[in-house]
Design a binder for this molecule. Sequence first.
Ligand code: HEM
Length: 294
Amino acid sequence: MSAATAKPGAAAAGKRIPPGEIHQSFLAYRGFRFLKWGIWLCLATILAYALHRPLTAPNGGTWLGYTLGTIGAALILWLMWFGMRKRSYGRIGRLQGWLSAHVYLGLALIVVATLHTGFEFGLNIHTLAYALMMAVIASGAFGMIVYAAVPEQMTRNRHGATVSDLMAKIAALDGDMRQAALGLDDRQAGLVLAAMNQVAIGGSAWRQLSGTRPNCATRLALRRITAADAVPEQRAQAQRVLGLLGERLEYLDVISRDLRYKALMDIWLYLHVPLSFALLAALTAHVVAVFFYF
Ligand code: HEM
């Protein structure tokens, strides 16, 4: 089963693109069509910049500066429009095309905008707009890598099972463990009970991202219960409980890793989208400053 089980109509319903459905293929969409477009755009920009002979040092105010600035601003508006646009697509195929264009033309923006500046940077609103743009692009590049790599790792991690399947397996193990713990002494039975009573997985965003469970009662029980400590008539039961605890821990680890992958897929958008809006505001201020104050 795919890492993301959302249905194709989910995009049309206003959800995020199900990463399992877009992974890898959006990068190679139609024989890397948009990668080629991005490369052509970069080459044309570099060539124009190399041939350009302005009277002053190259900057955003020459005819080429204005041209590249207009292309860059148009690209930014189009890239932002993607967020709204993707919500109106029912077909994943077309959505992949838009995402592919978003990624490659977004990356080409680095060349277009940098040459638009003519490398004139300072402590001003213009450079702030540029810095925000680079931050949006960097977060997007991180998201692209996550989307391309993580869904496959998620599928491999869960071996095709869903999180509910794994929770059901843990519940079944707990039933067996409750029985087996009856044959243990009070200390060991207490450790087993504590493990079974601890159901919470996940926690804070940081905890989910790190994928760690420092106070895992199952791990603690595994460490503290040893068959050798048990009196001879309890040894077989202790051994059985240890086997069940080991299995429980494996399932818990799989779920923790799954949550970690999901958190990774989400976290970057918390930067990408707000930074995009900050960029839009800075871009507007930049354009207003250029046209009204110069
Ligand atoms: C200035 C440039 C950029 C702007 C303004 C921008 C803006 C946006 C916006 C508004 C969204 C929609 C998010 C949502 O509503 O869920 C989005 C999605 C996305 N962006 Fe960008 N982006 C830019 C550049 C990039 C770059 C360079 C990359 C990759 C290298 C990238 C990767 C992505 C990806 C993978 C998504 C899809 C997220 C999803 O649907 O779950 N972006 N971007």
